[in-house]
Ligand binder design. Structure first.
Ligand code: SAJ
Length: 415
């Protein structure tokens, strides 16, 4: 059997590579010619531990091939982005629409099409409608029509960046077929490598399950973030407070931080809000609380600058040096995209008259938009900076804390 994976990004490429490692012929399709070329050389264009080895082997052994033009296959997995439309929080399904239009011409009776992209409820039915419109000669699953030519399902990915290769294999998988036969066909496909359980439901529930998991985490982080702002007002150490409360057998509070980043948790809850704005009140407020946290941190830095100037008469803001520790969106990774720490560092650079240095042990070069800034070592920043702003609890930062200067610690590791 053969498989085609549409979209070779953070989810599509690992998925394609793992199938290929099980000796299934995989054709990876991406609109990005550069990515296609890199993959065909057995290399990768994204960062994920152990992915390079698997891709290299799969390409070398001839099981994985990338192209920009879809070809016929027995099954198709669609793993394209589902971003927001412009500046509002409405889901943009245009990548799913173009993927549907791209594979429709090569679809044949008996094919299975799986949507893996995180999607608002109803997106799988919409994908089926786009495919059906492009291929009036084939039949598609309407509810309970078990005998359609094409099988369609939603099987969301749930892997944690940084642990993708392990979680792809070990995690349970939600399988949301549009009909029972669609689910059965999808289970058979994933069972080639998934060691976790493949749990069957319908497409809408599968869509909502994925959004629910990330919203659950968002709500719980917002609770921690709100507590951190309350405790600051009340002069209570929030990390000590959470440790104490978590000793209760039924309490398990997450950790406050500079905000919520990444490509999923800060996005997916809005897909629920956009479908049911009247009902999704807590989920919307959660997003607002977590999005407000970076601004709160920036205010804390402004207060620290004022404190420093008061303690050092004769100095002006120009004389105050600030070090920002950590730019990634979470600890011990090098992913700077959608990172609240990056946002905070950029704002401080823009607002502050004095020198700002950046410390990020997981990268060698700063991204283009920070190209004018300097990346320095932790040791140098510890000894030279007046204000130390801890943004990510990377391992090296935990080893030792700065011995002088004012500390603004968003992760509670230097208190
Ligand atoms: N964060 C906190 N406090 C915490 C935990 C996390 O502030 O106690 C912050 C992190 O620093 C980060 C953000 O939340 O900025 C998200 O980090 P994360 O580790 O919670 O999640 P992601 O975005 O890396 O991956 C999530 C995972 N979802 C869940 O754990 C429910 C992953 O399993 C999903 O596959 C992934 O989203 C996705 O692709 O949807």
């Amino acid at each position: 059997s053969s498989l085609s994976v549409i979209g070779l990004g953070y989810i599509g490429l690992p998925t394609a590579a793992v199938f290929a490692s099980r000796k299934i012929k995989v054709i990876g399709v991406d609109v990005n010619q550069k990515a296609v070329d890199v993959i065909n050389q057995g290399k990768i264009h994204i960062v994920e531990p152990d992915l390079d080895i698997v891709v290299h082997a799969a390409v070398n052994e001839g099981y994985l091939k990338a192209t920009t033009v879809p070809q016929a296959a027995d099954a198709f997995i669609v793993a394209v982005p589902t971003p927001f439309k412009g500046d509002n929080h409405e889901p943009d399904l245009s990548y799913i629409e173009s993927a549907s239009k791209a594979i429709a011409p090569v679809l044949a009776k008996g094919n299975l099409v799986i949507l893996e992209s995180t999607s608002p409820v109803g997106a799988t039915e919409q994908m089926a409608a786009w495919l059906a419109a492009a291929r009036p000669d084939l039949t598609f699953p309407q509810t309970h029509d078990e005998n359609s030519d094409i099988r369609i399902a939603h099987c969301p990915e749930r892997v944690l960046p940084g642990h993708v290769m392990r979680e792809l294999i070990e995690n349970d998988r939600v399988i949301g077929g549009m009909t029972e036969k669609c689910s059965a066909a999808s289970v058979a496909l994933y069972k080639t490598f998934v060691q976790g359980e493949c749990v069957i439901t319908n497409a809408r529930t599968a869509e909502m399950a994925k959004l629910t998991e990330n919203s659950f985490r968002d709500v719980n982080i917002a609770f921690a973030n709100e507590l951190s702002m309350i405790c600051d007002k009340l002069d209570i150490n929030v990390w000590e407070l959470i440790k104490l409360a978590n000793r209760h057998p039924r309490v398990n509070i997450l950790q406050p931080g500079p905000g919520v980043g990444g490509h999923c948790i800060a996005v997916d809850p809005w897909f629920i809000v956009s479908k049911t704005p009247e009902q999704a009140r807590l989920i919307r407020t959660t997003r607002e609380v977590n999005d407000s946290k970076p601004l709160w941190v920036i205010d804390k830095v402004k207060i620290a600058i004022a404190d420093f100037l008061q303690a050092n008469p004769g100095k002006t803001a120009k004389d105050v040096s600030i070090a920002c520790y950590g730019l990634a969106f979470k600890p011990d990774i090098d992913d700077l995209r959608e990172s609240p720490s990056m946002f905070i560092a950029e704002q401080i650079i823009a607002l502050h008259a004095g020198p700002v240095v950046l410390i990020e042990p997981n990268i060698e070069h700063l991204p283009a938009k920070l190209a004018q800034q300097t990346l320095v070592s932790r040791e140098q920043a510890y000894s030279e900076s007046d204000i130390h702003l801890l943004l990510v609890d990377h391992k090296p930062f935990k080893q030792q804390k700065p011995q002088q200067g004012i500390i603004v610690d968003t992760k509670g590791i230097w208190l």
